[in-house]
Design a protein around this ligand. Structure first.
Ligand code: IFM
Length: 448
């Protein structure tokens, strides 16, 4: 299959990167003082994760990070986004700091910098310490303060070397799936718990931004949002209504209060009992960039069995799909980049984009993933079109550098540029790794 071409002219300084998250790659779940997170618990709850898989070992990145960073250096990326595991740093969520846990991030940051790569640190990618869940987790208003204290611990240790910080990854995903759909930890289907979680996570974001501004002079701070057009499954009235409601939750419940100072109208009505005077000002703090995670549009349908009456619909039967069945509409990505850039008036970094597959080595041990290459080529092409049409997009991070633990789907779907054999931990760069490396080289040559 011929290699899809890529645009070579990019804005000066355009940043190419890769993203990962702590629970999905680190492993070492019970090592050096780390205690369980809500995802360790969910993995041990029967029927919640495919195959009974867990993040106990994952990619064993905790021990193999130096080799993994060497692969990133050879890829030629300018930035690596990873998350810090709260239960490694503060095993009980608050109180005693675990020095060994912090030491790991210290070593990682130094290794990344020594490879000539900028570390981008995300403070929360879904692994809330289980001890805090025992106190109510995000449904407890104090969670904003717990998060701010944790942010301060990490900022004090790494803020001398890390300039780019994100508070949270995909607010809407972990709150909706975790509190209203039982698709993620902690596994509830409860409107009130969901509304509390939305508001307290928003408060935690604002408090975290304030801490980072105080402790890291010159920090560049953003938040990472999943954003996708929400389309109805078929053009029925109930499904259209479901799509509108899901759109408010998915695309607006977090960026609107954080960047515009108010909740979208229907959420504003129902969340009002949890909002106190001054809260919206605490949430709406100045930011430096908008982090966008995007994979494709999502489809909604009415589902009266779920707390909000909407559920996940299916794309049209003839929709192009990735190997794991996600719909592919690269032109929607271009439109989204233009819309976001206009709506929130911040530089946009695409902090996740990629495709899941079922990649396996061939007889010669090579891993070819032409579908991922086509997906990346089409989306990077659409991003280039968006920039040409005026979108202020400053960087792009592939999800992900390594195959890893894909939450409720366990180790089934593979998103990496590098294949991981989970039995041996052998790493094999896929054809998409070489394609992305060549793109980065060509972009560097083209922008000189
Ligand atoms: O693996 C996830 C990641 O944790 C958050 N964004 C989407 C990815 C693919 O599902």
């Amino acid at each position: 299959m011929p290699t899809p071409p890529f645009p070579t002219a990019w804005p000066e300084g355009f940043l190419w990167g890769v993203s990962t998250s702590s629970y999905q790659i680190e492993g070492a779940a019970a090592e050096d003082g780390r205690l369980p997170s809500i995802w360790d618990t969910r993995c041990r709850t029967a029927g919640k994760v495919a195959n009974g898989d867990t993040g106990d070992v994952a990619c064993d990145h905790y021990h193999r990070y130096a080799g993994d960073v060497a692969l990133m250096r050879e890829l030629g990326i300018g930035a690596y986004r990873f998350s810090v595991a709260w239960p490694r740093v503060l095993p009980r969520g608050r109180g005693a700091v675990n020095g060994k846990g912090l030491d790991f991030y210290d070593r990682l940051v130094d290794t990344v910098l020594a490879a000539g790569i900028e570390p981008w640190v995300c403070l929360y990618h879904w692994d809330l310490p289980q001890a805090l869940e025992g106190l109510g987790g995000w449904t407890h208003r104090d969670s904003a303060g717990w998060f701010a204290d944790y942010a301060a611990v990490v900022a004090r240790r790494c803020g001398d070397r890390v300039r780019h910080w994100a508070t949270f990854n995909e607010f809407a995903v972990f709150t909706l799936f975790g509190y209203a759909m039982d698709w993620g930890a902690p596994g509830l289907r409860d409107r009130d718990a969901h509304l509390r979680a939305i508001h307290h996570v928003n408060l935690a974001h604002g408090a975290g931004v304030d801490v980072l501004r105080d402790l890291v002079p010159g920090a560049s701070i953003g938040a990472i949002h999943n954003q996708q057009p929400v389309w109805p499954e078929g053009e029925t009235e109930p499904n259209r209504a479901a799509a509108q409601w899901l759109d408010e939750h998915w695309n607006h419940a977090f960026p609107d209060p954080q960047l515009r100072g108010h909740y979208p109208p229907r959420i504003a009505e129902v969340i009002e009992p949890y909002v106190r005077a001054g809260d919206l000002a605490r949430i709406c703090r100045p930011l430096d960039w908008f982090g966008l995670n995007h994979y494709g549009p999502i489809f909604a349908k009415a589902d009266p069995s779920l707390p909000w009456g909407f559920g996940w619909g299916s794309p049209p039967a003839d929709a192009p799909r990735s190997e794991i069945g996600w719909p592919i509409y690269p032109e929607a990505f271009r439109d989204l980049l233009l819309d976001l850039s206009r709506a929130y008036r911040l530089p946009v970094y695409v902090t996740e984009n990629g495709a899941g597959g079922d990649d396996r080595p061939d007889a010669a041990g090579r891993v070819r993933d032409p579908k991922r290459v086509s997906y990346l080529a089409a989306h990077i092409g659409s991003m280039h079109d968006a920039i040409a049409a005026g979108a202020d997009v400053r960087g792009y991070f592939v999800w992900s550098v390594l195959d890893n633990f894909e939450w409720g789907s366990g180790y089934g779907p593979r998103f990496g540029l590098v294949h991981v054999d989970f039995a041996t931990q052998a790493r094999t760069p896929k054809s998409s790794y070489r394609w992305y490396r060549d793109l980065i080289r060509a972009a560097a040559a083209g922008s000189r």
